[in-house]
Design a protein around this ligand. Structure first.
Ligand SMILES: *[C@@H]1O[C@H](CO)[C@@H](O)[C@H](O)[C@H]1NC(C)=O
Ligand SMILES: *[C@@H]1O[C@H](CO)[C@@H](O)[C@H](O)[C@H]1NC(C)=O
Ligand SMILES: *[C@@H]1O[C@H](CO)[C@@H](O)[C@H](O)[C@H]1NC(C)=O
Ligand SMILES: *[C@@H]1O[C@H](CO)[C@@H](O)[C@H](O)[C@H]1NC(C)=O
Ligand SMILES: *[C@@H]1O[C@H](CO)[C@@H](O)[C@H](O)[C@H]1NC(C)=O
Ligand SMILES: *[C@@H]1O[C@H](CO)[C@@H](O)[C@H](O)[C@H]1NC(C)=O
Length: 579
């Protein structure tokens, strides 16, 4: 029996419990090592890291003065990036597992050979502090079935959390690496949380993790309502700008996200925020702003560990789930008859079906295969001689910088006045419309956003979610010209990922192999060899076959299988697949 339950939530309301706390995030202009690929001594690495820690020290004191109870610093904010596996050595520390032993580096500095500044910063300023640093964990050398890297150690991109006494309370190893040559994917998924006396439980994720079921959606499904999100986010308009997507996660998953980004103009890094289901406090630099750090402090409601999590579980599976398609293109079913022409344009490296938004008001539908987006709109400010808009739909597997399945609806301002410019990056707009954007998704995890002129996010008036996967976003009275209105649905391959025991990225690599017809065996283990912009995944199955897949900027560029026989190996079948 399918009862249609409408979950309406007005975004103006606040949490009834009345409990609140003060959160802070710091957007940090990281001091970089100018030659990250050249190894340095531990002493040189420490001298470099102290420069960033000096800034952290000042900001922790400022945050404390403003009453902050928790402060979050960004990914790579202490050491920087672009290291090789060996050149990062001087920066590595071995961080003990707080689930196994209790350690306060500030009060017990001699217990481990580690710097203790973060712990003392938390203690001195009486706040919880989360930062990101590289962790080295020795491991037994690779035996037949071990996944230990050949040099006998794991190197992890790691979040550490200290309580207000300086005690190390959580350690999280990033699961979805983004082409990070110096780091390993942890052998097992870690779902890491810590509890605070002022706001209950917080979960830890890092940067690229945000796009995947594991650990992000897995934490939300566990009932975690507050996510800590250090990131080094390179902005990608029109759909994946920092504030746009981080705000969208908070709305789509009905959670609070404490997002701390780096500031680096050359790498398009800016945009940090404190997002709750009801409010957004954010900073996003625009052209001409001085390249500097920014502390954000906000009082936010404590979210109780109930919410949409269990409700959505009972809402799924939707009828659509059964005919969920795993192929790149979900079959070309006829679109509803329409009098308006559609065209294909590339947006975020994906082929979107677009329709232009030309009339003063109207109802538009555009479909990509079976997936259809509907828009009801009315312009309140628009000069068609100056700005062109389009609505795009995409359902399929994104293959650039990682492989993941999407269903996306987006209204975008085109960069120019030609249809061919739709989907390109723009940062400014003057046109305003009142609209209702809706679609039926094959996932519960759809991230809604409204991005307006000069990089600001708006709170949609209403989000309406129904059984069967329908989601509608209604908004009027835009405060700035519309850049993008988007419903970004992430189809997760979680069930299969969990079955296979592979991480998100490993699974994507494995499914690439499978889709490429290279192997249909069950993967037993995978490991990764990563170079900047190039990643090689090894997948071993039960028959002892190992496949390797090389992924570069254009997705999967080469697939090879080799037969593993005793200690020596030789290459067998070869296949090329992907794009
Ligand atoms: C790091 O690598 C990226 C990609 O190759 C490059 O664009 C960037 O300039 C590098 N940054 C530094 C600080 O070396
Ligand atoms: C501890 O650090 C010192 C200097 O930073 C280094 O010389 C020494 O080898 C380290 N000891 C261990 C056990 O790692
Ligand atoms: C949500 O569901 C999980 C498992 O199904 C259960 O353990 C948890 O108590 C539920 N939470 C609430 C708030 O009902
Ligand atoms: C989102 O969370 C708030 C606060 O916990 C709750 O009141 C509301 O019902 C939730 N909304 C949905 C759609 O589950
Ligand atoms: C668009 O559709 C809605 C709902 O079906 C209808 O009320 C409205 O009149 C339509 N608007 C236009 C301009 O066709
Ligand atoms: C939008 O603005 C108009 C005119 O100021 C007002 O009448 C209307 O109630 C507003 N709508 C919303 C949803 O705030």
């Amino acid at each position: 029996m399918l009862v249609v339950v409408l979950l309406l939530f007005s975004l103006g309301e606040t949490e009834s419990a009345g409990d609140s706390y003060v959160a802070a995030v710091y957007e940090h202009r990281v001091v970089l090592n100018p030659n990250p690929r050249i190894p340095v001594t531990r002493r040189e690495a420490l001298i470099h890291m102290q420069k960033n820690l000096d800034i952290y020290e000042e900001q922790a004191a400022k945050a404390a003065q403003q009453g902050a109870q928790i402060l979050v610093f960004p990914e790579d904010g202490i050491h920087g990036f672009n290291f090789t596996r060996s050149s990062i050595s001087g920066y590595l520390e071995t961080i003990p597992d707080p689930q196994e032993e209790s350690w306060n580096p500030c009060t017990e500095p001699d217990k481990y050979n580690n710097t203790e500044r973060l712990s003392c910063m938390a203690r001195r300023n009486n706040l919880y502090l989360v930062a990101n640093m590289p962790d080295l964990q020795p491991c037994p050398l690779r035996t037949v079935l071990s996944t230990c890297p050949p040099d006998g150690r794991w190197q992890f991109n790691t979040n550490v959390a200290f309580n207000s006494d300086g005690l190390l309370v959580a350690r999280y190893h990033k699961y979805n690496l983004f082409f990070e040559e110096s780091f390993d994917t942890p052998p097992k998924l870690e779902l890491i949380t810590f509890d605070t006396p002022f706001a209950g439980r917080f979960g830890l994720i890092i940067c690229f993790d945000i796009l995947f079921h594991d650990p992000t959606v897995a934490l939300v499904k566990m009932g975690v309502r507050q996510l800590i999100f250090p990131t080094a986010w390179m902005n990608e308009l029109p759909l994946l700008d920092s504030i746009q997507f981080h705000r969208a996660l908070s709305l789509g998953a009905n959670v609070t996200v404490l997002s701390s980004n780096l500031r680096n103009d050359q790498l398009r890094m800016t945009g940090s925020g404190i997002y709750t289901p009801f409010s957004a406090t954010f900073h996003h630099a625009v052209k001409g702003d001085p390249e500097e750090g920014r502390l954000l402090v906000a009082t936010v409601p404590v979210l109780s560990p109930v919410g949409m999590n269990n409700a959505t579980e009972s809402m799924s599976p939707s009828p659509a789930e059964s005919d969920h398609c795993h192929t790149d293109r979900c079959g070309d079913f006829p679109s509803p008859p329409s009098s308006y022409p559609t065209f294909i344009g590339t947006m975020m490296h994906d082929p979107f079906k677009f329709v232009l938004i030309k009339e003063a008001e109207g109802n538009l539908t555009v479909c990509d295969g079976k997936f259809c987006c509907h828009l009801q709109y009315k312009w309140t400010a628009h000069d068609e001689r100056k700005e062109l808009y389009a609505m795009g739909a995409f359902a399929g597997t994104h293959t650039f910088d990682g492989r993941y399945a999407l269903q996306v609806c987006a209204v975008v301002r085109c960069a120019g006045l030609e249809a061919s410019s739709c989907g390109q990056k723009v940062e400014e707009a003057e046109s305003k419309m009142d609209f209702l954007l809706e679609a039926t998704f094959q996932t519960d995890y759809v991230y809604p956003s409204v991005l307006v002129n000069r990089m600001a996010v708006e709170q949609p008036d209403k989000l309406e979610k129904a059984t069967g996967g329908r989601l509608a976003m209604k908004h009027s009275n835009l405060s700035g010209g519309l850049i993008t209105a988007c419903l970004y649905g992430r189809i997760s391959s979680s069930a299969e990922t969990e079955d296979s025991g592979l991480s998100g990225l490993q699974y994507e690599a494995w499914s690439g192999l499978r889709d490429g017809g290279v192997s249909n065996a069950t993967p037993l283990e995978t490991w990764f060899e990563v170079g900047w912009w190039l990643i090689t995944a090894w997948v071993r199955d039960k028959a002892g076959m190992a496949a390797i897949v090389t992924m570069g900027e254009v997705g999967i560029i080469e697939l090879r299988m080799r037969a593993k026989q005793s200690a020596t190996s030789r290459f067998g079948a070869q296949a090329k697949a992907g794009v």
